[in-house]
Write a protein that binds this ligand. Structure first.
Ligand SMILES: Nc1nc2c(ncn2[C@@H]2O[C@H](COP(=O)(O)OP(=O)(O)O)[C@@H](O)[C@H]2O)c(=O)[nH]1
Ligand SMILES: [Mg+2]
Length: 302
C-alpha cells in the first residue's frame, strides 16, 4: 500500500465527520451564517480545537470575500487550500545529515514512543542506514525488552542496561558505541513517566546535555510523540515538554483508531511545530512521513 492509501485508510474515522461537510457545500451560499456555524461545529467535532476552528472559519470568510466564491465547489476548493496552508509549519522531513545523527524520542507513557522507534528504525534501515537503538527508558523492566524485540525486527543494534540504571549512562554508552561502530542514526527511547514530572524533565535535560557534549556537531531531532486518540488533552500534556526538551517535530500516533484526526490542525496552530510522521497501526510499516497535501486530500476524498 502506498503512503496515500495508508493515510486515506488511517483517516477513515475522521473522514466520517468530514463527509458531513459535503452536505454543507451542497446547499452553499456565500453569505449564509449557518454555513459557517456548521463548518465550525464540524471542525470542533473532528478535534481541530475551538480557537483553531475559529481561525479557520475567519480565514474562510476572508477567502470567500477576496475570491468572490459563489458556488459550493469553489468554497470546497478554498477550504482545502486554507487547511493545507494551515499545516505549513517548519520542516516536515527529518534532518539527519551527520554521521552519527540522533533522534531523541519523548512523550508521556503509552503514546507509542517505543513502537514508533521500531517503525522508524525499519525505514532508516531500508534507506541503507546503520541504526542503533538506545534503551533510555530504564524505569520499567519491560521497556528495554520491548525495544529489543523491535531492534530485532528492524535489524538494528541495541544498547541497554539493567532496569533502574541511570538513563544518562545508557545514552552515553549508546553514543560511544555509535561513534566507534560507524552508526548512521542513534535513536534514543526515553521514559514517559518517572516519580514526578520534574524528575522526568530533569532527566530529559540531562540526556540532552550528554548528546550535546558527546556529539556537538551532530544533527539532533527531538520528536515528541502524541497519541491522536487523546485529542485536546494530549495537546495540553504535550505543552509540558515544550520548554525542556527542545522539540523539533511531532509524531502523531494511533490516527487509525480515532475520529480526532483534526488534531493536526491544532498542533500546527498551537504548538507551531511540524508533524513529521503519523502512525496508522501497530505494524512495522504503519508509519507514514507526513505530507500536508496528501493529508488534506485524503481527508476530503470520498
Ligand atoms: N493502532 C495503533 N496503535 C499504536 C500505534 N502506535 C503505537 N500503538 C500501540 O500503543 C501501545 C503503546 O505503545 P508503546 O510504543 O509501548 O508506547 P510508549 O509507552 O510511548 O513507548 C502499544 O500497544 C502499541 O502497539 C499506532 O499508530 N496505531
Ligand atoms: Mg516505551
Amino acid at each position: 500500500m502506498g503512503f496515500f492509501d495508508k493515510i486515506f485508510s488511517g483517516l477513515t474515522k475522521t473522514r466520517k465527520n468530514m463527509q458531513e461537510l459535503e452536505a454543507l457545500f451542497q446547499d452553499y451560499a456565500p453569505d449564509d451564517e449557518d454555513f459557517y456555524d456548521d463548518l465550525e461545529e464540524l471542525l470542533v467535532i473532528s478535534d481541530v480545537g475551538g480557537e483553531t476552528a475559529e481561525k479557520i472559519v475567519k480565514g474562510m470568510k476572508r477567502l470567500t470575500w477576496e475570491r468572490r466564491f459563489r458556488k459550493g465547489h469553489e468554497a470546497r476548493a478554498g477550504l482545502i487550500e486554507l487547511l493545507t496552508d494551515q499545516l505549513q509549519v517548519g520542516e516536515p522531513e527529518l534532518k539527519l545529515n551527520t554521521k552519527p545523527s540522533v533522534i531523541l524520542m519523548v512523550g508521556v507513557n503509552g503514546v507509542g514512543k517505543t513502537t514508533t522507534i521500531g517503525k522508524l528504525a525499519h525505514q532508516l534501515k531500508d534507506e541503507g542506514k546503520k541504526v542503533l537503538l538506545c534503551a533510555g527508558d530504564t524505569f520499567r523492566a519491560a521497556a528495554a525488552e520491548q525495544l529489543g524485540i523491535w531492534a530485532e525486527r528492524a535489524g538494528a543494534e541495541i544498547v541497554r542496561h539493567e532496569e533502574g540504571s541511570d538513563p544518562a549512562a545508557v545514552v552515553y554508552d549508546g553514543l560511544c558505541a555509535a561513534k566507534a561502530r560507524g552508526t548512521d542514526v542513534v535513536i534514543i527511547d526515553t521514559a514517559g513517566r518517572l516519580h514526578n514530572k520534574q524528575n522526568l524533565m530533569n532527566e530529559l535535560a540531562k540526556i540532552r546535555r550528554i548528546i550535546d557534549r558527546e556529539l556537538p556537531e551532530a544533527d539532533v531531532e527531538t520528536l515528541m510523540v502524541l497519541d491522536a486518540t487523546t485529542g485536546q488533552n494530549g495537546l495540553i500534556q504535550a505543552k509540558q515538554f515544550l520548554d525542556t526538551a527542545g522539540i523539533t517535530g511531532i509524531v502523531l500516533t494511533k490516527l487509525d483508531g480515532t475520529a480526532k484526526g483534526g488534531i493536526v490542525f491544532a498542533i500546527a496552530d498551537e504548538l507551531k511545530l511540524p508533524v513529521k510522521y503519523v502512525g496508522v497501526g501497530e505494524g512495522i510499516d504503519d508509519l507514514i512521513p507526513f505530507d500536508r497535501n496528501n493529508f488534506v486530500t485524503a481527508l476530503f476524498k470520498s
